[in-house]
Design a protein around this ligand. Structure first.
Ligand SMILES: [Mg+2]
Length: 130
């Protein structure tokens, strides 16, 4: 069921074009679907891999993912930490771009796998509907 954005517990305009972020019952607002990932500067990605090396960048990727994990855990425990979650999401997006570059993953390959996985999820959810 689609919800009116006025039901949202967040009022930050960064959350979506209509100011929504999350509905009061923890269901994601039906009007907020981030279909495009943020832009990461390819040149800075390349330079950071050259400067720090692959081993260090792999460790940083692990660290950034764990920092996001930590903030999500805090949120589950009741902390109001949307800003920290967004900050860590940005770090993880940057490191995903680094991983994409280090493992020679094209957007085409990534998008193909994303489509397959989302199709599988969609079919699973439709199979569970009563
Ligand atoms: Mg971080």
């Amino acid at each position: 069921m689609r919800r009116n954005c006025t039901d949202c517990i967040l009022d930050g305009t960064d959350a979506c074009s209509r100011g929504a972020g999350r509905a009061v019952d923890d269901k994601i607002c039906g009007d907020f679907f981030p279909t495009k990932v943020v832009e990461v500067d390819d040149d800075i990605v390349r330079k950071s891999i050259e400067y720090y090396g692959m081993d260090l960048q792999l460790n940083v990727a692990i660290e950034e993912m764990s920092e996001l994990t930590k903030e999500i855990c805090k949120h589950i425990r009741g902390k109001e930490n949307r800003a920290e979650i967004v900050e860590e999401m940005a770090d993880v997006f940057i490191m995903l771009a680094n991983l994409q570059s280090m493992f020679y993953v094209s957007e085409r390959e990534l998008n193909r796998i994303i489509t397959e996985k989302q199709e599988r999820l969609k079919n699973r959810m439709e199979g569970e509907e009563v």
